[in-house]
Design a protein around this ligand. Sequence first.
Ligand code: SAH
Length: 236
Amino acid sequence: MSAAPSQDAAQEKSEVKGYFETTGFDRWNRIYSESDDVNRVQRNIRIGHQKTVDNVLAWLREDGDVANRSFCDAGCGVGSLSLPLAELGAASIAASDLSEAMVAEAARRAQSAGLNDGRLQFQASDLERLEGRFDTVICLDVFIHYPQPQAELMVAHLAGMAEQRLIVSFAPYTPLLALLKGIGQLFPGPSKTTRAYTLKESGIVAAAKAHGFVPKRRQLNQAPFYFSRLIEFVRG
Ligand code: SAH
């Protein structure tokens, strides 16, 4: 077998990291905030992403037992989920992100929100290098940066750390989105960001299934310029 695919994967990951330490950090730190310094597209992405976060929090609230559960928030960004999760009373939250800049901002936000009682722990780490066992493992809007095979490997790794539940979100592959993406490539916008990958839900579900998880609740969250499939898997 050739070593090329994994070298490509490592290269891709280091590009994602570089982006989220620099221009990506500036862009997403503004999107995931209340700052007025965002354009129309960014404001819509903010609205859509908040729907995903609120959706997860609503599910957890519905279950009514967050205080008994340990969480892993893999690719936590600036803490958009981890902070409200701590506010909701989660027993412990291990929040981590590939980008040191993102994780430092998440820790800063936690500190300024007075969430420093030790339940919330931050770590800079590639999610594929995370270890430990958690009641619930969550990974929101991270897989968009990776092609299908890598995203499925990530699902497998995260499933291995989850005792009860795995919650992930990703941009789903649909023929319409594929068409729009094609148009985007014909008329590239002025600002180049990272590549964005849409993923086949069937592949994500199969990867989770291979590690003992079956879908329980699912939702599609959208706003203009934001499209994200959210799935909760439980041990089946
Ligand atoms: N989950 C957060 C952040 C989403 S933005 C939220 O929903 O608010 C995507 C984040 O994924 C970025 O912070 C980026 O640094 C992180 N990321 C990308 N690849 C990663 C990887 N391999 N391991 C951990 N985090 C990663």
